[in-house]
Design a protein around this ligand. Structure first.
Ligand code: PLP
Ligand code: COI
Length: 341
C-alpha cells in the first residue's frame, strides 16, 4: 500500500478529508449493518435533533504505525465504553461496543494510506461520533440516529510541539450545567469555545477550570486532564465526577506505578497545592502529554520548577514510556495495543 505523499513531520492538529468514512443508521429501534462510504458530507433536515438541541456526542482515539510496520490503536474498548456512557446520559441508543471496535478497524484499514509512518511524529486521529437525525421540535430525544467515524492525520495539538504551555485559571466553567462534564457531548465543547477564544486573545494556550461549586479544586482543561509531579516524585491527578475520564490519564496512572515505580495519588487536588508541585502536564489523546510551565491566577504567576524550556524529567519519562507502548517499542499491559493490520 502506497502512503500518501504528505509532509508528515509538519502536520498540525487539523482536519483533512480522506477517501473513506464509516456510517451506520439507527431507525425503527435498530442499527443497520453499517458500511464504508466515500461521501464526506451529511445532508439532514433543518429540524434535526442535532441542530436544535445539540444531541450529539463523540470520541477520539489514534492509530499508530509500529516499528515493524503494523497499524495499531490504543485501548479502543475504553472509547467504546465511554461512548456508551455518553449515549446513555443524553438519551441516545448505544452503538454496541464490539461493533464500535469493528467499525474503527474497517475505517482505519480503508484509509491505511493515511496512517503516518513510524517515527514521523504524526498519527492518525480517529473521530467516532453520533447525532440525532430526525426532526424534533418539542424537547425530547430523536428517534433516528447516525453513527459515523472519520479519520484524519494529525501532528501535535499545541503549536510549538513540546514547549511548555502557559495557561490561565478560568473564570468560566468548561462544561454545560446539569452535571454532564464527564461525557464527551458536543455541548460541553460548545461551552468551552468562548473561554478558549478569550484565553488565546490574552496570550494563554489553555484554561485551567476549577470546580464550579467551590472554585477551590482543580478540574481539567478544555481537551485534556491534568497530571502533576510533586517535589518528592509522586504522581498526582485530580479526581472529580465532572471531568472527562481520560483514557490517557487512566493509562498514565498504570505507567507511573508499574513501569516507573512512582506513588500514584488519584484524589481531589486543591488549587492551593499548585505551588507545591514540581511538574505539570496536560494529558489526552490529542494532547498526548503536553507540559505546562506556568499558570496565571489572575495576575499571580505559578511557575513550575521544570521551567519554560522543556518537559520536566518525570513528565518526559511518562511521555517516553506511554508513546513507546503506543508505538510498539515497549511491551504494554495485556490488551492495551489493539492490532488493526
Ligand atoms: N478531557 C477532555 C475535556 C477531553 O476532551 C479529552 C479528550 O478526549 C480528555 C480529557 C482526554 O481524554 P482521553 O485521554 O481519553 O483522550
Ligand atoms: C481528544 O483528545 O481526542 C479530544 O477529543 C480532545 C479535543 C480537544 C481534540
Amino acid at each position: 500500500m502506497e502512503k500518501k505523499n504528505l509532509d508528515w513531520a509538519n502536520l498540525g492538529f487539523g482536519y483533512m478529508t480522506t477517501e473513506y468514512r464509516y456510517v451506520s443508521n439507527y431507525k425503527n429501534g435498530k442499527w443497520d449493518d453499517g458500511a464504508i462510504v466515500t461521501d464526506s458530507d451529511i445532508t439532514l433536515n433543518e429540524c434535526a435533533a442535532v441542530f436544535q438541541y445539540a444531541q450529539t456526542i463523540f470520541e477520539g482515539l489514534k492509530a499508530y504505525t509500529t516499528e515493524n510496520g503494523e497499524i495499531v490503536c490504543f485501548r479502543p474498548d475504553l472509547n467504546a465504553q465511554r461512548m456508551k456512557d455518553s449515549s446513555e446520559r443524553i438519551e441516545m441508543p448505544v452503538f454496541p461496543e464490539e461493533r464500535f471496535i469493528d467499525a474503527v478497524e474497517q475505517v482505519v484499514k480503508a484509509n491505511a494510506a493515511w496512517v503516518p509512518p513510524f517515527g514521523s511524529g504524526a498519527t492518525l486521529y480517529i473521530r467516532p461520533y453520533m447525532m440525532g437525525t430526525n426532526s424534533v421540535i418539542g424537547v425530547k430525544p430523536a428517534e433516528e440516529y447516525q453513527f459515523r467515524i472519520f479519520v484524519t492525520p494529525v501532528g501535535p495539538y499545541f503549536k510549538g510541539g513540546a514547549k511548555p504551555l502557559t495557561i490561565r485559571v478560568s473564570d468560566f466553567d468548561r462544561a454545560a450545567p446539569h452535571g454532564t462534564g464527564h461525557i464527551k457531548a458536543g455541548l460541553n465543547y460548545a461551552m468551552s469555545l468562548h473561554p478558549i477564544v478569550d484565553a488565546h486573545k490574552k496570550g494563554y494556550d489553555e484554561n485551567m477550570y476549577l470546580d464550579p461549586a467551590s472554585r477551590s479544586f482543580v478540574e481539567e482543561t478544555g481537551g485534556a486532564n491534568f497530571i502533576f509531579i510533586t517535589k518528592d516524585g509522586k504522581f498526582v491527578t485530580p479526581k472529580s465526577d465532572s471531568i472527562l475520564p481520560s483514557i490517557t490519564r487512566r493509562s498514565l496512572m498504570v505507567v507511573a506505578e508499574k513501569y516507573l515505580g512512582l506513588t500514584v495519588e488519584h484524589r481531589q487536588v486543591k488549587f492551593s497545592e499548585l505551588d507545591d508541585f514540581a511538574e505539570c502536564g496536560l494529558c489526552g489523546t490529542a494532547a498526548v502529554i503536553s507540559p505546562v510551565g506556568k499558570i496565571d491566577d489572575h495576575g499571580r504567576e505559578i511557575c513550575f520548577p521544570s521551567g519554560m524550556e522543556e518537559m520536566g524529567p518525570v513528565t518526559k519519562k511518562l511521555y517516553d514510556t506511554l508513546t513507546g507502548i503506543q508505538m510498539g517499542e515497549i511491551e504494554g499491559p495485556e490488551g492495551w495495543v489493539h492490532k488493526i493490520m
